[in-house]
Design a protein around this ligand. Structure first.
Ligand code: ACM
Ligand code: ZN
Length: 315
């Protein structure tokens, strides 16, 4: 996850301002958006050389690093660097708050697609993965409703709503990646229009209002990765996402029984905005990740939580 509202984290040679400006924020909000700020500048990014080193280290251990550039939302840091890519033209700042920024890429501007293709060309050169993740979660549409360019594009293409505009925007990127023999992964909201390009693998995280859409997609043959927020988000504390819940949750969840062949696997996420040291990181990850792993490879009928808990005593 190399791009966010709060920081851009990978060197892109064609767009140096992404890291010169986009990788730094002036300060960070205290707690969960209290309105008070810590006054401390924060920043950092991987050079392409450092990223290649990580890819090689992982490859030696049979691990593939899949990069994500999140679009069209979660792009405020990039917009701070290149405001002409947004609907309003800015100015934007690298976000000092947490959550979901309203500022997204303009989907009616051909410059935006050019920018994304250029960025992905460099990303693909660094990360040889067959899969490329292009985000697509939490793409707030406020600006698109008001933007003359976005509205003009929708008219031109006969799109019925802004969700379809996201599907169109995504498809441009998916087709580009296909031309380079890459398969695209998107977060599940990308399928809300019902028009998502068929080869895209959907990563299911946002349990609740989007479930119906995900179930419809799976039943229509869509391949998915299961990362359901509760319990697979490991940045959340154990009292919220318990070890037992992580173990007992069935990746072939209620509503998609019989469509196991469309579930490619599971993935746990760990977001670090609330985790500033490796001890806490390790505590959040282990042993929950072992529970998620066992869920991924163990037949439902063979799951036994007490046996699993006992086995941890030997770790
Ligand atoms: C996500 O957690 N917004 C994918
Ligand atoms: Zn726009």
């Amino acid at each position: 996850h190399l791009s966010e509202d709060q920081g851009w984290r990978i060197e892109i040679k064609k767009y140096p301002r992404l890291t010169e400006i986009g990788s730094k924020r002036s300060e960070t909000v205290i707690g969960r958006n209290s309105g008070r700020y810590d006054g401390k500048p924060y920043g950092g990014f991987y050079t392409q050389e450092q990223a290649r080193e990580i890819v090689a280290y992982a490859a030696e251990r049979y691990i593939t690093v899949i990069p994500e550039i999140d679009l069209p939302g979660h792009m405020q840091a990039a917009l701070a660097a290149y405001p002409e890519l947004g609907c309003t033209g800015g100015p934007y700042e690298v976000w000092r708050m947490w959550g979901i920024s309203d500022n997204v890429l303009c989907a009616g501007n051909d410059k935006t697609i050019r920018f994304i293709k250029d960025v992905l060309a460099e990303i693909i050169d660094i990360f040889p993965s067959e899969y490329i993740h292009i985000g697509g979660d939490e793409a707030v549409k406020h600006d698109w409703y008001k933007c003359p360019d976005c509205q003009k594009k929708m008219k031109e293409l006969g799109l019925r709503n802004e969700e379809e505009l996201q599907a169109y925007f995504t498809e441009q990127v998916v087709e580009y990646l296909k031309s380079l023999n890459k398969t695209t992964i998107c977060w599940n909201e990308s399928a809300n229009s019902g028009k998502l390009e068929s080869s895209v693998i959907l990563q299911f995280w946002s349990d609740g209002k989007d479930n119906e859409n995900v179930i419809r997609e799976v039943k229509n043959g869509r391949k998915i990765i299961v990362s359901k927020f509760n319990p697979y988000y490991l940045d959340y504390p154990y009292p919220m996402h318990s070890l037992k819940a992580a173990y007992e949750f069935e990746p072939v969840f209620h509503g998609i029984e019989g469509y196991e062949q469309n579930v490619l696997g599971v993935e746990s996420t760990l977001w670090t905005e609330w985790i500033d040291n490796t001890d806490l990181l390790a505590f959040r990850v282990f042993p929950r990740l072992t529970a998620v792993s066992e869920s991924a490879w163990c037949d439902k009928s063979k799951k036994d939580y007490l046996a699993f808990e006992n086995s941890l005593k030997n770790v």
